[in-house]
Write a protein that binds this ligand. Structure first.
Ligand code: F6R
Length: 244
């Protein structure tokens, strides 16, 4: 638990930077699973600073984003492609062909094959070295909403009502929020070699209490992380309010 969002974000950015640097020394690639949303913004800001001011290179980094709305065109303001470019990719030296984000433009028939190839690509790179997660007020990780199975893989899902309500400001109206998304599965996430779940602000206090102390169940998909030995929960004081 960190005093505020800046110190929590700095800790996570340093963890990621150390992983990248350790891999670089060995001549290896760092395979990162990345999240969008308000939570990781401070992490990305600090990574950009480390790149600009302290010479951190992303030349050996491969990224896989957790999810994308469906349908969604990459050039839309609300797309996770736009988010990642604005907050991270446009400001660092990551190689464009090393960036992977679920494709929100596919036809319905093409989605299953895409999802299988997304999983295969992660495997081909030797698996995710580190998966960064936020948590939704529904208890989702990625867009694995309540009801998601712990064996689930990358797939098309329906968004929970709480999740859609939380996206109203971004889309300027409930009716404009997509009802579906493509997300990595719970299995995809928990197979990462390290998992860091971040939760910031008082809005996340209630769900963090359930995620950490609640019974492990599909009702709160984040509870599946309780079983892992390689997970860290990084919270600010406000998100940890009910844990004390
Ligand atoms: C985003 C994602 C989601 C968010 C979650 C929290 O790629 O997978 O699980 O992490 O909805 O969103 P924020 O951080 O905006 O509260």
């Amino acid at each position: 638990v960190y005093a505020d969002k800046d110190s929590a974000s700095k800790y996570v950015a340093d963890r990621i930077a150390n992983l990248i640097a350790t891999k670089q020394v060995k001549g290896e690639r760092a395979i990162l699973g990345l999240a969008t949303g308000s939570t990781p913004k401070g992490v990305y800001k600090e990574l950009v600073r480390l790149h600009k001011d302290e010479g951190l290179s992303f030349a050996n980094v491969v990224t896989f984003n957790l999810d994308e709305y469906y349908p969604m065109h990459p050039i839309e303001d609300q797309s996770y492609v736009s988010f990642m470019k604005a907050n991270l990719f446009d400001h660092i030296d990551v190689v464009k062909s090393n960036i992977h984000i679920p494709d929100g433009t596919l036809s319905l028939e093409a989605i299953e094959a895409f999802c299988q190839s997304y999983e295969q690509k992660i495997k081909d790179f030797g698996g995710l070295d580190l998966q960064l997660l936020g948590i939704g007020r529904s208890g989702h990780i990625g867009f694995n909403e309540p009801g998601s199975d712990h064996r689930s893989m990358t797939r098309l899902v329906s968004l929970d009502e709480i999740t859609r309500l939380d996206a109203v400001d971004d889309f300027k109206g409930y009716d404009k929020v997509p009802t579906q998304a493509i997300t990595m599965g719970i299995k995809t996430i928990i197979e990462a070699k390290q998992v860091i779940l971040m939760a910031l602000t008082q809005r996340k206090a209630q769900i963090m209490h359930r995620a950490i102390y609640g019974e492990v169940s599909k009702e709160v998909p984040a509870t599946f992380l309780q079983k892992l030995t390689h997970v860290e929960y990084i919270l600010d004081n406000q998100a940890a309010e009910l844990l004390k």
